[in-house]
Design a protein. Sequence first.
Length: 163
Amino acid sequence: MINYTFYLLSFLTIYAALRVILARNPVISVLHLILTFFCLTAHYILLNAQFVAMVNIIVYASAIMVLFLFVIMFLNLNTEVEFTKAKGLRVAGFIAGGMLLLVLVASIKVTAISPVLSNNNLQIGLVSNLGKVLFGEFLFPFEASSILFLSAMTGAVLLAKKN
């Protein structure tokens, strides 16, 4: 059952990613990018990485995509305003994409496929294990970074404040 779900999600992810590239309307392209992020989140859940899945939903699929949509709608791009791409730029894009595809195929050919999940590491992506490591072994760096972020936020507010 997991194999069929994986293949369905993979097909949907590739389809949505291609629609991001090939869509002429920028709003449709952003909506397909949101679908791509949701499919990747489902892949993370299949890999038993719940924390990464929730961060992907919260940060990318919601906050960043709202910002993208806001900028696209703020720019109000019309067909009269849009510029036409030069043919040399398209050729360079196809060459770069072909080289990336060649590197991907070569890396898949060299890599030995082995089962990722075994009995030893089934609990590796859970939030409870991340919390144990974060508040146990890495407590001091975690608290130091929180104090650093707090001081940076306070400094930004003081710099932005008018006299």
